[in-house]
Design a protein around this ligand. Structure first.
Ligand SMILES: NC(=O)c1ccc[n+]([C@@H]2O[C@H](COP(=O)([O-])OP(=O)(O)OC[C@H]3O[C@@H](n4cnc5c(N)ncnc54)[C@H](OP(=O)(O)O)[C@@H]3O)[C@@H](O)[C@H]2O)c1
Length: 265
């Protein structure tokens, strides 16, 4: 059975995925910056801060020392930065990318030598529908997920033929308590609209499917002999987003996105 490491498994999508995979008999390691126990729901919980290279190295070493191998890495740890893009400082943005993008690179670069030795492996990066389109008042989060799209699609070419696969799982709104940091530099120009759009974002999360739906898609990706580049996880009208972005002209796509956030008046 495969050995799997999932970053950010203390709650939300990571917890649901680690729980499901452990139940299916995989050897699962999940992580948290502050683990409250050594095991959780049948998987081993390790300490990890994806922003810290030493922490990443120690975590991977623990997995390799215990299991002798690492077959699947699920880069899941992440959070959102809310507000208008103009309201975030560069420091806010560096911090966000340290987790959502550079954290993925740190983990990936550390596990690849182990996977290359086995001539097999699977890196699954948790992107987002926000990695495919612009999202008002979540713009820098969208930017971090767009970066992950370009990174993952390129890495997949570079690892072609090595036995190591790269996939993106792209959920829409999922019912979790995902952390949303406010921007450090709020501007009067966005007062009112910022709160109205944030309320729509929050309602979309509340009404989204449970994280177990993403967990089942990740399980499917792990089971496939030839994993795809992209797996979207959508509900309701979101199902149209990947298609609409390819087929519609920008002006029409922008109209629909503005409409979804009541920004057309
Ligand atoms: N919820 C959604 O609607 C949605 C939609 C699309 C994509 N996603 C993506 O799915 C992933 C999981 O989101 P979620 O909704 O499940 O959020 P969540 O419930 O807040 O879980 C986030 C996990 O990431 C961990 N984490 C955060 N910062 C970390 C760091 N620096 N180092 C290590 N671990 C860290 C947290 O663990 P500790 O706090 O215990 O360290 C937690 O376990 C994210 O990449 C998110 O962008 C979510």
């Amino acid at each position: 059975m495969k050995t799997i490491l999932i970053t950010g498994a203390s709650r939300g999508i990571g917890l649901a995925t680690a729980t499901l995979l452990a139940l299916r008999g995989y050897t699962v390691y999940g992580t948290s910056r502050q683990p409250q126990a050594e095991t959780l729901n049948g998987f081993t919980l390790l300490k990890l801060d994806v922003r810290d290279a030493e922490s990443v190295k120690a975590c991977i070493e623990t997995v390799i020392n215990h299991s002798g191998r690492l077959d699947v890495l699920v880069n899941n740890a992440g959070y959102t930065l809310s507000g208008a893009v103009e309201e975030a400082t560069l420091e806010d943005t560096y911090r966000l990318f340290e987790t959502n993008f550079f954290g993925v690179m740190r983990l990936t670069n550390t596990v690849l030598p182990h996977m290359r030795r086995e001539s097999s492996g699977h890196i699954i990066n948790i992107g987002s529908l926000a990695g495919l389109i612009g999202v008002p008042y979540l713009g820098l989060y969208a930017a971090s997920k767009h970066a992950l799209e370009g990174y993952s699609a390129s890495l997949r070419y570079e690892l072609h033929g090595s036995g190591i696969h790269v996939s993106l799982v792209e959920p829409g709104d999922i019912q979790t308590e995902i952390v949303s940091e406010p921007p450090s530099n709020p501007l009067v120009a966005y007062d009112g609209i910022r709160e109205r759009v944030a309320a729509i974002h929050a309602a979309n999360l509340r009404n989204g499917p449970p994280p177990e739906k993403v967990a089942r898609v990740i399980l499917r990706a792990i089971q496939q002999r030839k994993p795809k580049l992209r797996y979207t996880v959508t509900a309701g009208q979101e199902i149209l987003v990947p298609w609409a972005r390819r087929l519609l002209p920008d002006w029409l796509m922008e109209y629909f996105i503005r409409d979804a956030y009541h920004m057309n008046s």
